[in-house]
Design a binder for this molecule. Structure first.
Ligand SMILES: CSC[C@H]1O[C@@H](n2cnc3c(O)ncnc32)[C@H](O)[C@@H]1O
Ligand SMILES: [Zn+2]
Length: 439
């Protein structure tokens, strides 16, 4: 990833550049892109000689904004396909939490790096994380070159959570702005059912004190609805509202089970929802009403959730699932178009990660976070509408090159920051050790 001596930037020549128009639709035109430092300096056609830049031949390549994964638990790659085909509460309480108690720092680092390598290889350039052990996750972010918003996940069913809030505050103090500004932070109470009122209130005042957003699971299952009703006599949305969560900007993961009262609250929040269709489908949670959320003007981004539930971290898969599931829900092919889904995975995700106007689109002055897709392939031929090809026909395997913060992190599908063979070896041996410790 280190810059070559005398090279001050990069010049991408003759790419098909994917840009978002004023009407929210995406279109393409052939162009050159000049990158200097961590930013896009200029976009246009440069006939004059530009010296001091590494020239990248973009012929046959589509340059798109890097995709943004709005909800992740990166160390959970180590738990990919460890438990499937069971409902969420069984999966979480009987399978994930017990094995997570056995994970050590090295497991978390390798799991996080594995997730980041997979995300970069499939076109993700920024993501939001909620987990324990953010020191190891931050190390993996620094190493891999990805952009991230990190938060210590907070779980407590008793009043013994002061130490955890302190850890969450430490993550903000230690890492906000770290890794050349690639890391930002949030405060992450896990969910209504894992957080008693005092923990939620503590998280809200910490987020307000530090000036960072909240990140929380919400309305993922009917079980959650029932539990919050039994414990507090209200719905999950009302429970968060009563404890001040919507006073802060908030990233709400899932948002599957809402009624009209919930929608009326949500349309006024700062922040929005991250839709995780593959995880929701695999865990049998239900289908979020993305169409309605968007009609209400709520920002909806896209996420994978951890590999422990979704099994794959490819946002191209999520884009397909999001669009297909809404079309099926409404029995209407016109719902959630390719253009809208692309916006969810880019500009909307950027807004929810606090990167609005900074990433998620390719414009001069914005961060140079972009991907080049090899469009010269059978399954991407012919080309009437490139936005449709990206959403309905392409996969993460079509991403050839990834540039994050102005640095090349993948070229010709080879990761430049991570030794893939060593990482696979390390991940397999960590998983074996973890299983041994569990038995
Ligand atoms: C306290 S760290 C995060 C915690 O969240 C668990 N988790 C991962 N995915 C989900 C999900 O979809 N719903 C609820 N909880 C989830 C993970 O296993 C960690 O324990
Ligand atoms: Zn999650």
């Amino acid at each position: 990833m280190a810059g070559r001596k005398g090279v001050i930037g990069m010049l991408l020549k003759n790419v098909r550049l994917l840009t978002r128009n004023g009407d929210g639709k995406w279109s393409t035109a052939t162009s050159d892109v000049l990158i200097e430092g961590d930013k896009i300096k200029e976009i246009g056609t440069f006939d004059h000689e530009i010296t001091g830049h590494e020239v990248v031949d973009g012929k046959g390549m589509l340059a798109a904004p890097g995709l943004i994964n709005g909800h992740q638990h990166t160390p959970m790659s180590l738990l990919r396909c460890y438990s499937d085909d069971v409902p969420l509460m069984t999966w979480l309480n009987e399978k994930m939490l017990p094995i997570e108690m056995k994970m050590d720092e090295n497991d978390r680092y390798i799991g996080a790096l594995l997730s980041m390598a997979e995300m970069i290889k499939s076109g993700t350039t920024a993501y939001a994380d909620m987990y324990i052990g953010m020191d190891q996750v931050a190390d993996a972010v620094t190493h891999s070159g990805i952009r991230a918003s990190l938060a210590r996940g907070l779980i407590a069913m008793d009043s013994n959570f002061e130490g955890r809030l302190q850890e969450a505050a430490d993550v903000v103090d230690r890492y906000h702005g770290a890794a050349d500004g690639r890391i930002t932070t949030m405060i992450a109470p896990h969910s209504p059912y894992m957080c008693p009122p005092d923990l939620l209130k503590g998280a809200v005042s910490l987020a307000s004190e530090k000036g960072v957003p909240l990140h929380i699971h919400l309305a993922e299952t009917k079980d959650e609805e029932r539990m919050i009703q039994e414990r507090y006599g209200m719905r999950p949305v009302q429970y968060l509202q009563e404890n001040g969560v919507f006073e802060q900007p908030v990233l709400l993961a899932h948002g599957v089970h809402f009624n009209e009262d919930d929608f009326n609250v949500l349309k006024n929040i700062k922040g929005g929802i991250v839709h995780n269709p593959v995880s929701n489908a695999k865990l049998g949670c239900g289908i979020s009403d993305v169409k309605k959320l968007m009609e209400l003007g709520i920002t909806v981004g896209l996420g994978t959730d951890g590999a422990g539930s979704a099994s794959t971290l490819d946002l191209f898969m999520e884009m397909k699932a999001a669009s297909w599931m809404q079309k099926l829900k409404y029995e209407d092919a016109g719902v959630l178009s390719a253009h809208e889904v692309l916006s969810m995975a880019t500009v909307n995700g950027a807004e929810l990660l606090g990167l609005g106007g900074v990433a998620g689109e390719l414009k001069p002055g914005m961060k140079a976070d972009l991907i080049l897709l090899n469009m010269n392939q059978l399954h991407l031929t012919p080309s009437y509408e490139e936005a449709s090809l990206l959403v309905y026909a392409a996969s993460g395997h079509d991403v050839d090159t990834s540039i994050i913060n102005g640095k090349m992190v993948m070229r010709g599908r080879e990761l430049l920051t991570v030794d893939e063979e060593k990482l696979k070896f390390d991940a397999r041996s960590r998983a074996e050790g973890l299983l041994q410790r569990l038995s």
